[in-house]
Design a protein around this ligand. Structure first.
Ligand SMILES: Nc1ncnc2c1ncn2[C@@H]1O[C@H](COP(=O)(O)OP(=O)(O)OP(=O)(O)O)[C@@H](O)[C@H]1O
Ligand SMILES: O=C(O)[C@H](O)COP(=O)(O)O
Length: 402
């Protein structure tokens, strides 16, 4: 577990200006926040600081603005959602630095919560520019990072500030890392990983790291086709990265050398159209019709995966087993998710999942709350699982050692 300071190490913060980096990069639909999970995750840290009398100043990014401030990327759009999730009034400053920020902060009373405008409206944020970082730091006495899901970015508000102010991890940062540690850092064995999703190319580092750490790696989703094709099996019109056949073989070799069993689908659900309700059939994996594509793993494979999950003490999961957004190709993902949830509820399994589509898939299966931990992080979750150092976490650790 990383060693950094947490809110438990913070005393006498009444009246202090506490700069808190949160991840409010929430999905929007028709101008409204469509999923408040990330706001809910950072609420405990914010409310704890406010109840202790701190002046809580929230810093966050929103989307990936390229050309300075635009209404489309303004955090003003989410103020009302933050207010309703926190059940607390929220002040808003129209710029993260400069007069709008300093004037708003000067007016704050103890316990007030202020949200600063999108830090990415300044180029200095992503460049981790010392002058911009200093302008942010000038408005605070203490820095707290509660944005695990942005910790893979070495930006001013996620990394630079930890070098300028006394730095602490927030409750969500702490919880995410504790859960990941249980899942992969120091897990109870046997550990089974399920990796699905569309492509091998986006997850090569993840697969390479997992085969060295887990006892069994279940590969599903579109990426399984690349592995199956690499063994010499025809995959018809299925999504497949034929140019990664060597990489897939290399991963299988690494797995064999590390004593990790690779579990590939035995059967698949094939269709000729990528659309909801498309006519489909179950075929064994060595008889995929030339004009069809595999859109889900088949029922025999589901039973095989359930058997692995049933034997496991720890499960880590990233990526759906099929094209879960269109029925009936959500069947395997839903069945395995429900089974893993059942094992977790009965106390037999520690289950940790993460990734944007994975979280949607678990929500779709109605089991997100039954997993031991579901990370709201996408890129940061993957990078942590790949064994990479996250700059936001490393900066907190460095400060704790200093
Ligand atoms: N057999 C398949 N054929 C085509 N697409 C598939 C197949 N199986 C899964 N997918 C697609 O893979 C996508 C999800 O994969 P992805 O790797 O993005 O998941 P994730 O890592 O949880 O999400 P994120 O990248 O958002 O963090 C879904 O859109 C799903 O439809
Ligand atoms: O949504 C995310 O994964 C985080 O907020 C990071 O966003 P980014 O990929 O734009 O840095």
């Amino acid at each position: 577990m990383p060693s950094f300071k947490t809110l438990d190490d913070l005393n006498d913060i009444a009246g202090k200006r506490v700069l808190v980096r949160v991840d409010l990069n929430v999905p929007m639909k028709d101008g409204k926040v469509s999923d408040v999970t990330r706001i809910e995750r950072v609420a405990p840290t914010i409310l704890e600081l406010s109840s202790k009398g701190a002046k809580v100043i929230l810093m966050a990014h929103f989307g990936r603005p390229k050309d300075g401030p635009t209404p489309e990327f303004s955090l003003s759009q989410i103020v009302s959602s933050v207010k309703s999730v926190l059940g607390h009034d929220i002040l808003f400053a129209s710029d993260a630095i400069g007069a709008p920020a300093t004037e708003a902060i000067a007016k704050m009373k103890d316990g007030d919560i202020l949200l600063l405008e999108n830090t990415r409206f300044h180029k200095g944020e992503e460049k981790n520019d010392p002058a911009f970082t200093q302008s942010l730091a000038d408005n605070g006495d203490i820095y707290i990072n509660d944005a695990f899901s942005a910790a893979h970015r070495a930006h001013a508000s996620t990394e630079g500030l930890a070098k300028l102010l006394p730095a602490y991890a927030g409750r969500t940062m702490q919880a995410e890392l504790e859960a990941l540690e249980k899942g992969l850092g120091n897990p109870v064995r046997p550990v089974v990983a399920i990796v699905g999703g569309a492509k091998v190319s986006s997850k090569i580092d993840l697969l390479m790291n997992l085969v060295k750490k887990v006892d069994a790696l279940v590969i599903g989703g579109g990426m399984a086709n690349t592995f199956i094709a690499a063994r010499g099996t025809e995959v018809g019109k299925s999504l497949c990265e034929h140019d990664l056949a060597d990489t897939a073989r290399q991963i299988m070799l690494e797995a064999a050398q590390s004593g990790c069993t690779i579990v590939l689908p035995e059967d698949g659900v094939v269709a000729r159209e990528f659309k909801a309700g498309a006519a489909n059939e179950v075929v064994t994996i060595d008889s995929i019709p030339a004009d069809a594509m595999v859109l889900d793993v088949g029922p025999k494979t589901v039973e095989q995966i359930k058997a692995w999950v049933g034997r496991a003490e720890t499960l880590v999961w990233n990526g759906p087993l099929g094209a879960f957004e269109i029925t009936p190709f959500d069947a395997a993902t839903v069945a395995v998710a429900k089974f893993a949830a059942e094992c977790t509820r009965s106390g037999k399994l520690t289950s940790v999942a993460g990734g944007g589509d994975t979280v949607s898939a678990l929500n779709h299966a109605g089991v997100s709350n039954d997993f031991t931990y579901v990370s709201t992080a996408g890129g940061a979750f993957l990078e942590w699982m790949e064994g990479k150092v996250l700059p936001g976490v490393a900066a907190l650790e460095a400060q704790a050692k200093a």
